[in-house]
Design a protein around this ligand. Sequence first.
Ligand SMILES: *[C@@H]1O[C@H](CO)[C@@H](O)[C@H](O)[C@H]1NC(C)=O
Ligand SMILES: *[C@@H]1O[C@H](CO)[C@@H](O)[C@H](O)[C@H]1NC(C)=O
Ligand SMILES: *[C@@H]1O[C@H](CO)[C@@H](O)[C@H](O)[C@H]1NC(C)=O
Ligand SMILES: *[C@@H]1O[C@H](CO)[C@@H](O)[C@H](O)[C@H]1NC(C)=O
Ligand SMILES: *[C@@H]1O[C@H](CO)[C@@H](O)[C@H](O)[C@H]1NC(C)=O
Length: 618
Amino acid sequence: MLFLQLCVVKHGVVVTVLIINQKNNGFSARSVLKLTCLTLVSFFLCFFQVPSLNDVPLHYLKPNSLVKFRCMVQDMFDPEFFMGVYETNDPTLDSKQVKCGKYKDITEGGQVDFNSRNTVTSERQTFYCVPIPGESQWNSYAGTSQARVVPSTSYVPNRHKRSYEEDDEMDTQPQQMKESHGNIEPKRQETEAPSHDSSPSHCTSSLDLNFPLPGEKGPACLVKVYEDWDGFKLNDMLEVFGILSVDPALSVIADEREASSLLHPTEGMETVEEQRVHSPPASLVPRLHMLYAQPLVHNNPLLPSSVLENNDLSSVLGELASIRAELLTYLTHVLLGDSLAAEYLILHLISNVYSRRDVLPLGKFTLNLSGCPHSSPYTEHLYKVIQQLVPSSYRLCMSLHNMNNQRMVPRKDYTANRLVSGTLQLANNTSLFLDETQLEQGQLDATGVRNITALGNLITWQKVDYDFNYHQMEFSCNINVLITSEGRSLLPSDCQVHLRPTLNPPNLEEYLSAVQVAQVPSQLNKYRIYLSVARALNYTISDEITKAVEEDFVEMRKDDPQSMSAEDLHRLLVVARLLSLSNGQNTLSRDGWMKAKQLEALRMSRTQQQKCVNGNEP
Ligand SMILES: *[C@@H]1O[C@H](CO)[C@@H](O)[C@H](O)[C@H]1NC(C)=O
Ligand SMILES: *[C@@H]1O[C@H](CO)[C@@H](O)[C@H](O)[C@H]1NC(C)=O
Ligand SMILES: *[C@@H]1O[C@H](CO)[C@@H](O)[C@H](O)[C@H]1NC(C)=O
Ligand SMILES: *[C@@H]1O[C@H](CO)[C@@H](O)[C@H](O)[C@H]1NC(C)=O
Ligand SMILES: *[C@@H]1O[C@H](CO)[C@@H](O)[C@H](O)[C@H]1NC(C)=O
């Protein structure tokens, strides 16, 4: 019954619109029909728990059944033609039948009559979709790791997710998700792909699933889109509901080109490489014929999506300040007693590109945490802490080897006609942890330098220039970049805090593990919700405060114009914004402005001192 209510709340909008429309009496039959359909679809999706490709291994799923998939659009292929309507001859019955070719890959029932006048050619679009890159282990959306399909012959994951014992996943997984596992028949379906389908000849070792990040797991999927495909963008986060198609014939066709039974017969002009990429074995890359796709506003499973969608944050606002205080204490411990660094880390974690002025992204707050201990795996632990707090993240070790060898920027491969992914093809709102402490002395080669440039562009302009050989295409993004460095750095940043530990635990690793273990799951969950909510809050500055800030700026420059540049003012305003939001205040107060100034003064004096220390070094 509760579930029913949840459904009604979630899809209440549709129903309400329907009712309003009826009241006005000014509705067309078409719109009512559409709304009714939508409502029915919503209820249908609610009541019949739809199994998810993210959670359930492919071989447990019924072919041609309704499934869902939470994913990122990694590539968009050219539109393809298919037979929307076709006619078949059944030789045994000596009869003809007209059939619909939508939501299918393979024709069924007898010989297709290609000369039939009833044939209708239609168009559809294919998206290559991958699971959202870098989802944390606590993020139950990412699916349980044992359920993820690991195509053993195609690649070897080199980064293992942590084991269950270390994790609090069991506590954070919403009840509903646990139940859904029970609902799926754990029985292999008879109709399913025969074993030859996964034989080495099909899963060639060179088939690369094209995940942006190394070591990612989980199914990639070819999503066939029948309507409004212009409304989707590359790197969109979606929850796709559709009909699963895993017909083994699909893979055979890729080899034998039995064009007659394919619903898109225009593929004859493809290169071998293209065929390989566009028609991979269905056992490895299933097809999903889209019925409905829900754009994801966020990927934090602890946050009901309605909270952000309707901007109904009033219920949580009051609590934010107290959660912030707890989080500050926790992060201070993690940062070896440095509460100033912890303050800035919170500001960084809730930063967000909220707008752009021309090309300039507003609201980003790349933090350079310098002075990190190098000798121990301190940064690795720090990353684990952050990974436990945000829904998706990635740690890029800036070793010479990685900088010279890892592909960062996605590149168009014209031969295979696909976008080859790279580390910087991430969904918006992913946290990127750049570990510069791993950068040893040595030479960056030309690609290494270009890779560093790409990182610099990401930090400064919040964009990645995808490489299309003859030209570059700019994709704007919203990625929080945290840099941990030891000293000299190759990258730009918005703000630098030099770590000043007040604790010196004899065994750093033991200390950090103890700090982490001391956080109970419910506490961590509060932090996770806090960070997502604070990040999504609106913010305004009243005219009165704007005036006060301007006057203050003039005042500060009066004695010493060097003391405060326009750049300093800009940063101060960003700090003031983030500081207010971190306390759940969505407007700047005089008090908030003063606090921001104090915080910045503390940070700058520390930087000044650090410069002196470094200057005095022999
Ligand atoms: C936040 O801003 C958006 C866009 O300006 C507006 O539609 C929404 O109502 C605002 N929400 C709140 C809680 O102020
Ligand atoms: C980064 O390095 C890889 C591997 O050497 C190279 O293929 C790629 O082109 C580089 N990226 C850029 C933007 O140059
Ligand atoms: C990511 O966020 C940026 C905001 O800076 C926006 O311009 C871009 O369209 C977003 N990308 C996607 C795929 O939504
Ligand atoms: C980070 O801070 C260190 C220490 O002052 C500085 O040398 C380095 O250039 C900074 N790095 C970035 C990315 O700003
Ligand atoms: C990213 O975060 C912003 C602010 O919380 C939110 O408005 C936006 O929908 C998010 N985008 C994605 C793709 O998560």
